[in-house]
Design a protein around this ligand. Structure first.
Ligand code: PBG
Length: 331
């Protein structure tokens, strides 16, 4: 019997060896936790399609943000649900808007936690689109002006990083210019650069009440069949001054993450979206798969594809699992 020269199984023999030769590590430092802020007090309202995710008034949001920070999660991503919606989404750039209030509260109470804010209009507009609508169409340049206002108002309220998710053309440049004019030259932009028109956002739209009231988002978000276009989108955002670029969703777009990683040297974030969370939660609850193992496997896969940062509703659960792993020495 010829002896195999190389036996890959040698390095799989024990948990310690496996740990030592593991190529990709998920770390708590890579995780970003999205949180939904609503008006009121004592509100902790469950999102039915996202078990374990809540819409939180500021007092409750601070508790979850503190918990995340105490686990070592470096950043939260804030979304707001406004009191009222109108065609121009005015609460999105109001001084006392819900995200502005939340950013101020978190920075006052937990200064060591980074606050990233989602910059978009869809939660705030009565029609539910990410921009200004005229004659039934989403108008790019008028929307960009408002988005720049949203970004500046977030930073005025304490946001450390702004994350435009609207997919209008030219918005990164406009936001950069507006921030610079307002003296916020050091505030980074994390651009949702390759954001697909995805059905995986379904549960989020329940959480954020942001379902478009007519039509869909296909005139501004990307076609799921396109990957080369994602590189063009990322390239534009880089040229316009993005500091961190993003691919979204994550699990069904690992090839896009890998290609962006290959082509660009900037920090790359991937957003594991609400539908990805809902699928794993649902199957876990039904006992159809082992939720804890699947969470770590999925998040590790997103890192392996090339993402530096992973935005995930599982952030706290993953942080807990990673902590447990560290002490048990288990994979
Ligand atoms: C807002 C926005 C959306 C998500 C993040 N920012 C929804 C959308 O574009 O419809 C989706 C997040 C998720 O599904 O977890 N534009």
């Amino acid at each position: 019997m010829p002896h195999p020269l190389y036996r890959p199984r040698r390095l799989r023999e024990s948990p310690l060896i496996r740990r030592m030769v593991r190529e990709t590590r998920l770390r708590v430092d890579d995780l970003i936790l999205p949180l939904f802020a609503v008006h009121g007090r004592g509100v902790r309202e469950a999102v039915s399609s996202m078990p374990g995710v809540f819409r939180l008034s500021l007092d409750e949001l601070l508790k979850d943000a503190k918990d995340a920070a105490s686990m070592g999660i470096p950043a939260i991503l804030l979304f707001g649900v406004p009191r009222a919606k109108d065609p121009r989404g005015s609460e999105a750039y109001a001084e006392d808007g819900i995200v502005q209030q939340a950013a101020r509260a978190v920075k006052e109470t937990i200064p060591d936690l980074l606050v990233i804010t989602d910059v978009c209009l869809c939660q705030y507009t009565s029609h539910g689109h990410c921009g200004i609508v005229e004659d039934g169409r989403v108008k790019n340049d008028a929307s960009v002006e408002l988005l720049a206002r949203v970004a500046v108002s977030h930073v005025e309220s304490g946001a450390d990083i702004v994350a435009p998710s609207d997919m209008m053309d030219g918005r990164v440049a406009a936001i950069r210019e507006a921030l610079d004019d307002a003296t916020y030259v050091d505030t980074p932009i994390m651009a949702y650069s390759a954001k697909y028109a995805s059905a995986f956002y379904g549960p989020f739209r329940e959480a954020a009440e942001s379902t478009p009231q007519f039509g869909d988002r296909r005139s501004y978000q990307m076609d799921p069949g396109n990957a080369t276009e994602a590189l063009r989108e990322v390239g534009l955002d880089v040229d316009e001054g993005a500091d961190i670029v993003m691919v979204k969703p994550a699990l069904a777009y690992l090839d896009v993450i890998a290609r962006v990683r290959q082509e660009f040297g900037l920090p790359l974030a991937a957003y594991s979206v609400s539908g990805e969370y809902a699928m794993i939660k649902a199957a876990g609850r039904l006992g159809w798969l082992d939720e804890e193992r699947v969470v770590l496997e999925a998040l590790t896969a997103i890192r392996r594809a090339g993402a530096d940062l992973v935005i995930t509703y599982f952030a706290r659960e993953a942080a807990r699992l990673l902590e447990r792993q560290r002490f048990s020495g288990l994979p």
